[in-house]
Design a protein around this ligand. Structure first.
Ligand code: FRU
Length: 610
């Protein structure tokens, strides 16, 4: 992945030319916990050594005496876990001081001098973003370095899928929230760009959405890209930004914030409603466990129209990251609206989860569907632990409702065993609607069709296999750390349970079970590899299979540290992280209670480098 600097320099994963720190970096210790790092602004990067286990230092960036910005970083005290770059190119020829205030308990300036970070700061021309980490996925989007959480502001324009994301450019833990930016034309290759929105006087840049202003309703010009996001400081307010260069850079609206409330509210998700000729915005009224719906003719003046959700669905967590869109129902002459309400905690297996409601929307009020007993059903878009903050692209082509999630869970996202980057996105999925056996409407998620291009060699092609108590083994591909796609149809016949186990020579395993009488599919990762970084990680997750017959079709994607399962043509999805100490090499199938049959079992090695 290339990282492009603001001044146009493309930094490729390559060895850096390092200038000796002593010649170019002047370090003045001013007192216990207070240091000035002085450098001359240049087309260079100042490499900052980071130690994850210590507290953040506050760093004011003072340029020719003027405060430019403030950020926080865990500057190394006793050892360096990894490094992050600070880009000096905007300050060419100027005097830059990093005014560092650390947060250690110490009495004298001597102790400050001993910190590991001062001697190992360097000035370089490039920062190495090579994809070397063992668990870093090969075909999922990841930030080139640093922490990532929610996907933000995604829009599609001129053949390019834009993905923004909650990003910390100065470390692999949640901090300094900015909108990182990546683009892709095929959902397999992603290009990383400079941050599109950075913290300013109104606070950090939290989650939000973007859309193309086709009618010039906001007056910034036809086809300008508009973004709405939460400015987060002591309070949360909503801000507007506009891009005139197809989402590369955004200019924040000078009269921000455009929407304020006296309670916590965030993650504005907006779309142009061609019927009402108004922008519609859904805002998470987080602690009130509801979504607020506003409308505006111009993105600047907002009117509250209604609220949705109080007392409905899962209520114990905060409501975050909404989305609202209309879709046709498969095989029915009907359309329905879908309201996505991500919640955390109180997800189906603890921590984060994607809740959704189907219903009707009249431009002002969302009315949820009820079941035959008059209740509003709690529905989940994913039955694993690791799909959160999923929202969809605006302006996707051909009526597609393409969405992407953050592949982690707030319970342990900051502790997973990765370093230079932390967290990946799910693969992009297409959301469609179907009517379930109970007459209720449900959302299905299928892998975006682009993912078919990943398929490389068909390494296993088993037309029919009879499965019994004795394990029937299939080898997984070895190329590219075993990343693969597995497809199959299970006909349980007389069996009560069918087990699929992924394992490696170290005895690490994931056990997936189709329980026929309960019509559930479960995923047990208790012995999947490294699990001890959080008590919430070892777990079993289970999905209703939403079948129309006892047969179960499966599509499974494995990418080093993630397993995504799509069952019965996406009628259920299950996303779970795993950290095997070496890749799984074998898929074993067994059946209990009688013989089962597995047909059309295909295993494809995947090649993201084609
Ligand atoms: C969801 C969330 C959002 C917020 C963002 C901050 O994961 O808590 O509600 O905008 O993360 O990073």
């Amino acid at each position: 992945m290339n990282f492009i600097l603001r001044n146009g320099l493309t930094l490729i994963a390559a060895a850096a030319s390092i200038t000796c720190a002593a010649d170019n970096i002047k370090v003045d210790h001013l007192g216990p916990n207070h240091t000035y790092v002085r450098v001359k602004g240049d087309d260079k990067l100042l490499i900052l050594p980071i130690q994850e286990s210590i507290d953040d230092a506050r760093i004011n960036v003072v340029v020719d005496g003027k405060l430019e910005k403030t950020f926080h970083a865990r500057l190394a005290k006793t050892k360096t876990d990894y490094t992050v770059p600070f880009d000096l190119s905007p300050y060419k020829g100027k005097n830059v001081i990093l005014d560092v205030v650390a947060n250690h308990s110490r009495a004298s300036v001597r102790e400050t001098q001993d910190d590991a970070c001062w001697s190992s700061m360097t000035l370089t021309d490039s920062f190495d973003t090579a994809n070397r980490e063992k668990y870093r996925p090969l075909f999922h989007h990841t930030p080139s370095y640093g922490w990532m959480n929610d996907p933000n502001g995604m829009f599609y324009k001129d053949g390019v899928w834009h993905l923004y994301y909650q990003w910390n450019p100065y470390g692999s833990k949640w901090q300094n929230l900015s909108w990182g930016h990546s683009t892709s034309k095929d959902f397999i290759n992603w290009e990383s760009h400079p941050a599109a929105l950075e913290p300013n006087g109104l606070g950090m840049v939290f989650s939000g959405s973007s859309a193309i202003d086709k009618e010039n309703s906001a007056g910034f010009g036809k086809d300008a890209v508009l973004a709405m996001y939460t400015s987060a400081s002591d309070s949360q307010t909503q801000s507007l930004a506009v891009s005139h260069d197809n989402g590369k850079t955004f200019i924040t609206y000078p009269a921000n914030p455009v929407l304020t409330l006296d309670t916590e509210a965030r993650d504005p998700n907006m779309f142009w409603n061609p019927e009402s000729k108004l922008w519609t915005l859904v805002l998470a009224h987080a602690l009130d466990h509801e979504m607020l719906i506003f409308t505006s003719p111009d993105m600047k003046e907002w009117t509250l129209q209604s609220s949705f959700g109080k007392g409905l669905g899962a209520q114990k967590g905060v409501w975050e990251c909404p989305d609202l869109f209309q879709l046709p129902v498969a095989n029915e002459d009907e359309k329905k609206w879908v309201m996505i309400c991500n919640i955390n905690p109180d997800g189906p297996f603890g921590g984060s989860g994607i809740q959704y409601f189907t219903g009707d929307f009249d431009g002002k009020t969302f009315t949820p569907d009820k079941d035959s007993t008059g209740n509003v059903k709690t529905k989940w878009l994913d039955f694993g632990k690791d799909n959160y903050a999923l929202v969809s692209w605006s302006d996707a082509p051909e009526g597609r409702r393409t969405a992407i999630g953050w592949m982690s869970n707030w319970q342990y996202a900051a502790d997973v065993p990765t370093m230079q980057y932390r967290s990946a996105n799910t693969i992009p999925v297409e959301i469609t609607l179907f009517k379930g056996n109970d007459g209720q409407y449900y959302a299905s998620t299928k892998p975006a069709p682009e993912m078919l291009k990943l398929r490389d060699k068909l390494t296993v092609n088993s037309k029919k296999a009879s499965i019994n108590v004795k394990a029937h083994n299939f080898s997984l591909p070895s190329e590219n750390d075993g990343i693969c796609e597995i497809t199959m149809t299970i006909d349980p016949k007389k069996a009560t349970n069918v087990n699929l186990t992924l394992s490696n020579a170290k005895g690490e395993e994931v056990i997936m079970t189709y329980n026929i009488s309960e019509s559930t599919f479960s995923f047990n990762r208790e012995k999947s590899g490294i699990t001890d970084f959080s008590k919430d990680f070892p777990a079993t997750t289970a999905a209703p299979v939403f079948g129309t017959s006892p047969k179960l079709s499966l599509r499974i994607f494995i990418d080093r540290s993630s397993i995504e399962i799509f069952g019965n043509d996406g009628r259920f999805a299950m996303t779970n992280l795993v950290f095997p100490t070496s890749p799984y090499t074998t898929l074993s199938a067994t059946a209990k209670g009688g013989k089962a049959e597995i047909s059309d079992l295909r295993i494809y090695s995947l090649n993201p480098y084609k």
